[in-house]
Design a protein around this ligand. Structure first.
Ligand code: GDP
Ligand code: IMO
Ligand code: MG
Length: 426
């Protein structure tokens, strides 16, 4: 038995897709456990670029079982578009399984996501507007529709009728047009027909694989600082991207989660609103943004840029169970004279080594930095730790010291081949 959770340890877009695809060469199963098409996971194989949204990053390997587990919210229309897009690019031989307990995202979720953002005005979250929050709200409010019901026409119609009797009140209250059961039903029943062949009880399937001794990768979406429980609430997503949430979101026992690999950039980025203590701007931020192509995969928004924040990383390690790190986009920092790492916050004159719970406090913290020397050598072709310039080695060792997590992988470019593994993880 061998499992590994690949999770974002910052605010998302750390390179989870790249590392999942890389490690998937050795895996039998890849599972997405939460989130939906708010995720955008970029994978580059032999210079060809793919951006996955809801589909696990094991899809390129015909041997791998790719599972969308119960903790996900799935937009059936988008999922099929994504699948057809992959098929059009020659990815036709794949294995896909969808949990009958996952919830579905329907058009009114997207409408409500946009409407709540508009209503919030300057307090808006900066969501992806893909209906993720409203869909998870319906799940918690027990008016959501699950894949199991969705793929049975009669049950789908019944659920939709019940749900819309409530959702239409909400839409009306917000001054939005009401939605007709028939309109959605007639369009979506066709998607349901196409999806039904993938639907099963994925908890049973994962247990079977665990019992066989298969190697299973759990591919996180978003990142710990966007966690509904532990992130910078309310500027978060509506699920928990932590390793701790994987058993619940997949229907397996917690004992199966042995190792959690936190994916983290060599610096920090964030899209959307909310506190970001180590944020930088001006020429330095632009230098990093352009070298790292830091524009959202999903929304194309320029990502906000900051120095590596080891207070949040250490916090992410604690709340989500990270024991290894994968340092991504190290090549982007090449050329800088100096590189800073935040090792502590100052809050009202006192040293703070954790992320405060309230927004007011988090907005007030001042990061304290260690300044390290940069390197000028091109590192994009480096194949081992020893080949790195001395200052890059010192940078990696400093991260380990500050986060108490061992660096198991580092990455020097977007391609699968630009990945250096320092430790066997599973
Ligand atoms: P994810 O959501 O965590 O899968 O990350 P995204 O795909 O949204 O964003 C990560 C971006 O960094 C993508 O454009 C990747 O192709 C790119 N990337 C990943 N690793 C590296 C790296 O080591 N160097 C460079 N230059 N780009 C990388
Ligand atoms: P991957 O998996 C980066 C952010 C949004 C917004 C907040 C809430 O590619 O790392 P939501 O649409 O989820 O209600 O938006 O969360 N967000 C992400 N940021 N990467 C992601 O996914 C994200 N998914 C959501 O920008 O700030
Ligand atoms: Mg992304």
């Amino acid at each position: 038995m061998s499992t590994l959770v690949v999770e974002g340890s910052q605010w998302g877009d750390e390179g989870k897709g790249k590392i999942t695809d890389y490690l998937a060469q050795e895996a039998d199963v890849v599972v997405r456990s939460q989130g939906g098409n708010n995720a955008g996971h970029t994978i580059v194989i032999n210079n060809e670029k793919f951006a996955l949204r809801s589909i696990p990053s094991g899809i390129f390997n015909p041997r791998i079982k790719n599972i969308l587990a119960n903790g996900m919210v799935i937009n059936p229309k988008q999922l099929l578009e994504e699948l057809h897009g992959l098929e059009a690019r020659g990815i036709k031989d794949y294995k896909l399984y969808i949990s009958n307990r996952a919830h579905i995202v329907l058009p009114y979720h997207e409408t409500l996501d946009g409407a709540y953002e508009d209503y919030k005005g300057s307090r808006k979250i900066g969501t992806t507007k893909h209906g993720i929050g409203p869909c998870y709200s319906d799940k918690a409010n027990r008016i959501g529709i699950r894949i199991g019901e969705f793929v049975n026409e009669e049950e789908f119609k019944e659920c939709l009728t019940n749900t819309l009797s409530i959702k239409n009140m909400e839409l009306k209250m917000l001054g939005l047009p009401e939605v007709s059961v028939d309109e959605i039903f007639n369009e979506y029943k066709e998607y349901a027909k196409e999806i039904s062949k993938f639907v099963c009880d994925t908890s049973l399937l994962i247990e079977e694989e665990l019992e066989k001794g298969s190697k299973i990768l759990f591919e996180g979406a978003q990142g710990v600082m966007l966690c509904i429980d532990h992130g910078t609430y309310p500027y978060v997503t509506s699920s928990s991207p932590t390793g701790a949430a994987v058993p619940l979101n997949c229907g397996i026992a917690p004992k199966y989660i042995n190792n959690v690999l936190g994916i983290c950039k060599a610096y920090t980025t964030r899209v959307g609103s909310g506190p970001f203590p180590t944020e930088i701007d001006g020429d330095l931020a632009n230098y990093i943004r352009e070298r790292g192509h830091e524009y959202g995969t999903v929304t194309k928004r320029p990502r906000r840029i900051g120095w590596l924040d080891c207070v949040t990383l250490n916090y992410a390690r604690r709340v989500s169970g990270i024991n290894y790190l994968s340092i991504m986009l190290l090549d982007v920092l090449t050329g800088l004279d100096e590189i800073k790492i935040c090792y502590e916050y100052d809050l009202d004159g006192k040293a703070l080594n954790t992320v405060p719970a309230t927004l007011k406090e988090l907005e007030k913290v001042t990061p304290k930095y260690i300044t390290l020397k940069g390197w000028k050598e091109d590192i994009t072709q480096v194949k081992s730790f020893d080949e790195l310039p001395e200052n890059a080695k010192i940078y990696i060792r400093k991260i380990e010291e500050l986060t108490k997590a061992e660096v198991a992988i580092f990455s020097v470019g977007p391609d699968r081949s630009q990945t250096i593994k320092l430790k066997e993880l599973f």
